[in-house]
Design a binder for this molecule. Structure first.
Ligand code: F6R
Length: 607
């Protein structure tokens, strides 16, 4: 999704801006641009990758102040004109903007009536002309931005550069923006990944904050006037640089990082002595856990699939109702919130607008929300103010893998914690924990010998569609496998609880249709095998993901991919891995851009 990078200091701005854009690339975008102040404001922008932009940049660009942008189209197509930065008519002001201006149509119309010629179809361009009207009437840079934003509805993370002033004006409302403070230089970005190699000292702007950023100072105020309470935060860069570590793609690297990431997530949290789990960030005492009426879990995409596993695990271990919700639906369905309930917002990026809106809706209605988040200091983490960091480390590939397994692991830890408080004995807890401790090693074992993935790829790569089936905890695993293959290989995929298949999707099956079946040795096994028979009887080819040693089941399959055995509750952590590999290798076989699939964004900051 859109990204912002800005710099003001003594160093040459252009190389830093381009490097910043490269670090934002993983988020997904379709065009990019920079503007550097060098007497005039010099804008360069181009559709396509940052490498395309680099090709049109002059060898040397003077100037040590500039702002830059990666655009993910919302208003207006993917064109050079619609790429940011946008310039005022006299060329004295440049703006980059993330978010959506809801009343842009009216604003554009009024500007046109006043004689402005708008160069782009974007909502963002209206802002730069409105700011220029303020400047022309004698307002300061900060005041002109403030007056403009007071006439605007919508969301923004924005930076504005002025030819006549040595500063950058920034503002945030609903779209993240972070200011980094270095020695005699300052940085701005929508994503801490782009800043951590420059500084660890940040101002994480809150909604309604504005800032004047200069080389030596950062002055933060509120949109409505007055000072802001946003202070300096030191972010420990526990992640370091995310490089490829010898892998051809981030996605493959991240799939292989799962055992280590899982160790990070569970280390210190498994409480063997008490047969329970310790989650320090959850402000939930035993009395609250005992009396909670229900648990609600909210997420999008992969995070939603993780919440569905969490839902089943919590119900099973704690015997209280739990429900997983699609975040983008949640707020608009005017949900009834019970303030005594426990709510979880699950998000890798911690910036997903749909999930954040759901958090705010719950809080507005008196509920409290715990975050299950990867990115430290992200908006959802801060808005919740309590929760669990999943510690996956940086996830650069757009398709989420290691964040999924750690979200699932974190929710399982919570299920153990609440289950132990309410329902089961120390001995049962200890036996689950013993199994949990083995999972990273079992993942490693599987990854060393992943089975006939390439044969599965041969079956799916030219298919019209692929059906994924599973029951119980394996139904969300099927959904996650389908999502992954769809996202990066662009193959239409359907995921169904296996028993539901005969109520509709069975009509799709014809000779050779690939069906991926997730079949751990659990209480659903026999029933899932029956569904598999129904598919085979209609000519389907079965790709079976099963537990090692289940010889009987493999007789029903065309391709069988064994994963190590473990207890039922933990099976999603292993059965999902072959689905990730099938998606990855299918995308490769089809020549797709694995790490940056078309149209997708790593962090979706618009609703
Ligand atoms: C799937 C994927 C998306 C995200 C979704 C939520 O591979 O990456 O479906 O899972 O956009 O993102 P987060 O977890 O950042 O809230």
């Amino acid at each position: 999704m859109c990204g912002i990078f800005g710099f003001i200091g003594k160093r040459s701005a252009a190389p830093l801006l381009v490097d910043g854009l490269r670090r934002l690339e993983y988020r997904g975008y379709d065009s990019s641009g920079i503007v550097v102040k060098n007497g005039n404001l010099q804008v360069h922008k181009k559709i396509g990758k940052v490498s395309e932009l680099s090709k049109i940049l002059p060898n040397h660009i003077e100037g040590n102040v500039g702002i830059a942008h990666t655009r993910w189209a919302t208003h207006g197509g993917v064109t050079d004109e619609n790429a940011h930065p946008h310039l005022s008519q006299n060329g004295d002001i440049a703006l980059v903007h993330n978010g959506i201006i809801d009343n842009a149509r009216g604003l554009r119309k009024r500007l046109t009536e006043r004689g402005f010629h708008l160069e782009s179809e974007t909502d963002s361009e209206a802002l730069v002309h409105m700011i220029s009207i303020g400047i022309d009437s004698g307002q300061s840079p900060l005041e002109s931005v403030r007056q403009t934003l007071n006439r605007v509805t919508g969301t923004w993370g924005l930076c504005v550069l002025f030819k006549e002033h040595d500063l950058i004006v920034c503002a945030r409302n609903g779209s993240p923006l972070i200011i980094g403070k270095g020695e005699g230089e300052s940085f701005v970005s929508s994503d801490p990944h782009a800043l951590t190699q420059h500084t660890q000292s940040f101002y994480l702007l809150e909604d309604g904050d504005m800032a004047v950023v200069t080389r030596d100072g950062i002055d933060i105020s509120r949109l409505e006037g007055g000072a802001s309470s946003t202070g300096l935060t030191i972010l420990e860069d526990e992640w370091g640089e995310a490089d490829m570590a010898g892998f051809p793609h981030y996605m493959l690297k991240e799939i292989h990082e799962q055992p280590e990431a899982l160790r990070r997530c569970i280390t210190g949290r498994l409480d063997m002595a008490n047969g329970s789990a310790k989650l320090g960030g959850l402000r939930l005492d035993p009395l609250r856990l005992r009396t909670v009426p229900h648990v609600r879990l909210i997420g999008c995409g992969t995070a939603l699939n993780a919440t569905k596993i969490g839902q089943l695990a919590i119900e099973s271990l704690a015997r209280i109702p739990a429900v997983a919700h699609v975040a983008s639906e949640f707020r608009y369905n005017d949900p009834v919130i019970n303030p005594n309930a426990i709510h979880f917002a699950v998000s890798q990026s911690g910036e997903t607008a749909d999930t954040l809106s759901a958090v705010k809706e719950i809080q507005l209605k008196g509920g409290d929300v715990h975050g299950i988040v990867n990115v430290v200091g992200s908006t959802i983490a801060r808005t919740c103010g309590q929760g669990v960091y999943i510690h996956s480390g940086p996830e650069q590939a757009v398709a989420s893998t290691k964040a999924f397994t750690n979200m699932v692991a974190s929710l399982l830890l919570f299920a153990i914690r609440i289950g132990r408080t309410r329902n089961f004995s120390r001995e049962k807890g200890q036996s689950i924990i013993k199994d949990f401790q083995r999972i990273p090693d079992l993942m490693e074992k599987y990854l060393q010998n992943p089975g006939p993935i390439d044969e599965a790829v041969e079956l799916v790569k030219d298919a019209k569609s692929v059906l994924f089936l599973g029951r119980g905890l394996s139904a969300p695993v099927a959904s996650e496998g389908a999502l992954k293959l769809m996202e990066i290989a662009y193959i239409p995929c359907l995921a169904y609880p296996a028993g539901e298949m005969k109520h509709g999707p069975i009509a799709l099956l014809e000779e050779g249709s690939p069906v991926v079946v997730i079949l751990p040795n659990d209480k659903h096994r026999e029933k899932t095998i029956a569904s598999m028979h129904e598919c085979r009887a209609r000519g389907a080819k079965i790709i079976l993901i099963h537990e090692e040693g289940d010889v009987e089941a493999t007789e029903e399959a065309d391709i069988s991919i064994p994963v190590p055995s473990c207890s039922y509750l933990l099976t999603p952590l292993l059965t999902v891995v072959p689905t990730q590999l099938i998606a990855y290798r299918t995308a490769l076989a089809l020549g797709c851009d694995v790490d940056r699939p078309r149209n997708l964004a790593k962090s979706v900051t618009v609703e």
